[in-house]
Design a protein around this ligand. Structure first.
Ligand code: C2E
Ligand code: CA
Ligand code: CA
Length: 701
């Protein structure tokens, strides 16, 4: 028992404190109560010793024969150790033992104490047969004191013992009704926690102490709350898990999950010697779709296509959404390439079926890139790389489908990869070229066919690649368009052309105009107007000397929208030309509404003009249209005098082509202008009536 108590004593600080407090309190309380009692008892003992001696002496003095006084030794006993008797006259009758200091006692019967070696001196008046005698006695109190001290010690020890007993009782009580139940509860809590194995612990069953029931209930209700919270966390985790692996718009697996599935699919295919096909499906012109109808409709469209692809799920193995408008489909055991193409056709059909949304009938077009496992991948690599390769291949095929005009599927082949690699490297080189200014603007003059005077020039960009030499704009402009770099490049061309033309004007050719090609991307970018306005302002070129050439296919892409943009541009006072006219499918109804000033007949029609009757008919028709709509007609690609003469007889206004000059850098253009025999239209040039030389390919540099 003691052991337990002591153990608890050492383990429980509050219990220890409590016991010490009880011990001290009981000890002090007993001392406070008993010590005054002892003190009183000591004095009573001393008083009764004095009383006893006084009575004994009085008896002797009263009843003993006078001889007794002659034998004073008999008057002294154990406690009276000294005696002096005097008669009333003050003469000593008896002097015996240690004498008290009679003088200092006085003669008034009072007594005074002197603590000299535990004795007390007293003075008595005694009645004897011979009259009153004065007795001064010294009484020994040492024994009484010793007894008192011993008592005191006993009291202290007893108090201490009682204090200790009280402390032990306290400890025992505390242990029984406090420490033990708490320890029990704690160990139950610990058990329940340890058995929970990292989960929320179970409720505890505890009925040992009423006092602790409340605590146990509180604990249990905490656990219940915790279990509820844990369930919520679990649901939340499941949701997050789903969200991490699914796309919020279509609820299809996302890229992360697709990558996982792909790994499994490759692994299974390798293990079981199976095949599968990856289809990358990408919406065509999705940006245009978003711009046209807004992002909400764009999202609806994506979600709809996601749904439709998923509805094919019963025979395809996986549909996932990889990016904004890009999906991926995996189909196992397809058989041959023909079967893969059949699936691609189904994917296209299902995606392009009309979709009704709030009164709109929307129709998306998609391109599909296809790659087959295992035939399209290298077998000498690990499975992860195989997975990467097959998706990359499908992306290459998709890119090919896009470059070939979209709305189609393409099966991957190796040639595609090298084309794409070349294109990517060209794109990177273009970026550097833009930073390092590797471009130059060349000028190809245009002349009035009747007067042969120069009217201006078309600005044509040139790229001198540091290692590959000149790269044709027909090669790099489409790449710059696709990569979005044409915006920056186009702006630079426009600013340069305006600036240099203005300089030429200042050098005397003040009516010289300049035609600048504007790509479809620039035209739909939305920033064309401010860009043109800034270029004109910065170069100080009057707007009437600038003409923007926009291809027929660009203006016919979305004629209603284009009409607005063209009107905004023409309000600036600049000229607008439809380039490559005859190659697209212009609607004459629209042509009438375009604020266009010039039609440029595509050079393909001019080249064969002397041999191909169809081309003659087309040129005549274009010239007729121009006249009808009051537009100037420019023939480009004029390479010889015959073509020029033919155009002249047909009433064409302006000619441009190698026969007049190839495109050239600005310095050469200036020199050329200075030398051109017929001079510049609107500029006084003496002797400008010189006719063109008759040799063919005049400036064939
Ligand atoms: P384009 O706008 O139709 O330009 C006329 C093209 O015909 C130029 O080719 C020019 O050098 C070429 N050409 C002119 N006369 C003759 C001729 O007598 N015979 C032959 N065979 N060709 C002739 P270039 O400079 O190679 O440009 C090709 C295309 O690249 C341009 O066709 C235009 O679509 C685009 N391009 C050129 N420069 C720019 C530019 O600054 N911006 C934009 N956006 N596109 C440009
Ligand atoms: Ca052009
Ligand atoms: Ca052209």
């Amino acid at each position: 028992m003691f052991k337990i108590v002591l153990e608890k004593l050492s383990s429980s600080r509050p219990a220890r404190k409590l016991a010490v407090v009880v011990l001290c309190s009981v000890f002090i309380a007993q001392l406070v109560l008993l010590l005054p009692l002892l003190w009183t008892r000591y004095h009573q003992s001393v008083d009764s010793a004095i009383e006893h001696e006084h009575n004994a002496l009085q008896n002797i003095v009263t009843y003993s024969p006078p001889e007794t006084l002659l034998n004073p030794q008999g008057l002294i006993n154990d406690s009276m150790i000294g005696l002096l008797l005097t008669d009333t006259a003050g003469n000593p009758v008896v002097t015996q033992g240690e004498l008290p200091e009679f003088e200092s006692l006085g003669q008034h019967g009072s007594r005074s104490r002197k603590n000299r070696s535990g004795s007390i001196d007293v003075l008595w008046f005694l009645d004897s047969s011979k009259g009153r005698v004065l007795a001064a006695a010294r009484i020994y109190t040492g024994d009484i004191f010793t007894v008192a001290v011993v008592y005191t010690l006993l009291v202290v020890v007893a108090s201490l013992l009682i204090g200790i007993i009280a402390a032990l009782v306290t400890l025992w009580g505390t242990n029984r009704s406090y420490i033990h139940p708490v320890a029990n509860l704690t160990s139950k809590l610990r058990d329940s926690r340890e058995n929970s194995q990292g989960k929320v612990p179970d409720k505890i069953d505890y009925a040992e102490s009423e006092d602790l029931n409340g605590l146990a209930d509180e604990y249990n209700s905490l656990i219940e709350a915790q279990q509820r919270a844990a369930r919520q966390v679990k649901v939340k985790q499941q949701y997050l898990e789903f969200a991490a692996h699914h796309d919020p718009l279509t609820h299809l697996p996302n890229r992360l999950m697709f990558e996982d599935k792909l790994k499994q699919t490759v692994s299974n295919a390798v293990e079981n010697d199976e095949s599968f096909v990856v289809f990358l499906v990408d919406l065509d012109n999705f940006k245009f779709f978003n711009d046209q109808y807004g992002h909400l409709v764009g999202d609806k469209m994506v979600a709809e296509i996601g749904n439709r692809l998923q509805s094919m799920m019963h025979d395809i193995d996986l549909v996932a959404r990889l990016d904004g408008d890009e999906f991926v489909v995996i189909q196992k055991n397809v058989g041959d390439r023909q079967a893969a193409k059949e699936i691609a056709r189904r994917v296209m059909n299902i995606s392009t079926a009309p979709y009704e949304y709030r009164g709109f009938t929307l129709k998306a077009a998609v391109s599909v890139g296809i790659s087959c496992f295992p035939i399209d991948v290298h077998g000498d690599q690990d499975e992860e790389l195989m997975g990467e390769e097959i998706v990359n291949n499908a992306a290459v095929a998709l890119q090919e489908a896009k470059s070939n005009g979209k709305n189609q599927y393409q099966m991957f082949n190796e040639k595609m990869r090298s084309r794409l690699t070349a294109r990517i490297s060209l794109e990177q080189d273009l970026k550097i070229a833009l930073q390092e200014g590797q471009f130059e603007v060349y000028y190809q003059p245009k002349v009035n066919i009747n007067t042969r005077q120069v009217t201006g020039a078309e600005a044509l960009v040139r790229w001198k690649h540091p290692t590959k030499g000149f790269i044709s704009p027909e090669v790099f402009v489409p790449v710059a368009e696709e990569a979005g770099m044409i915006i920056e490049l186009g702006e630079w061309i426009l600013r340069t052309a305006c600036k240099e033309t203005r300089k030429l004007q200042q050098l005397g050719f003040h009516t010289l105009n300049i035609a600048v090609n504007i790509s479809t991307v620039q035209f739909t970018d939305g920033n064309l107007l401010p860009m043109v306005s800034k270029a004109l302002k910065d170069s100080m070129l009057p707007p009437e000397f600038l003409e923007l050439e926009i291809t027929e296919s660009a203006v016919m892409h979305d004629p209603e929208e284009v009409i607005n943009s063209l009107h905004e541009l023409s309000r600036f006072g600049l000229g607008l030309a439809i380039d490559d006219f005859g190659t697209g499918y212009s609607s004459l109804a629209y042509l009438k509404r375009f604020p266009v000033h010039t039609l440029k007949i595509d050079r393909a029609f001019i080249t064969d003009i002397s041999s191909d009757n169809d081309d003659v008919a087309i040129v005549e028709a274009v010239l007729g249209l121009g006249k009808h709509f009051n537009m100037k007609v420019v023939a480009e690609g004029v390479e010889d005098e015959d073509q020029l003469e033919f155009l002249q007889t047909q009433g064409c206004d302006i000619a441009q082509g190698y026969y007049i000059s190839k495109p050239m850098p600005v310095a050469m253009y200036l020199a050329w202008l200075r030398k051109w025999p017929q001079g510049v239209q609107g500029v006084d040039n003496p002797g400008n009536v010189l006719s063109l030389p008759t040799h063919k390919k005049r400036f064939g540099t």
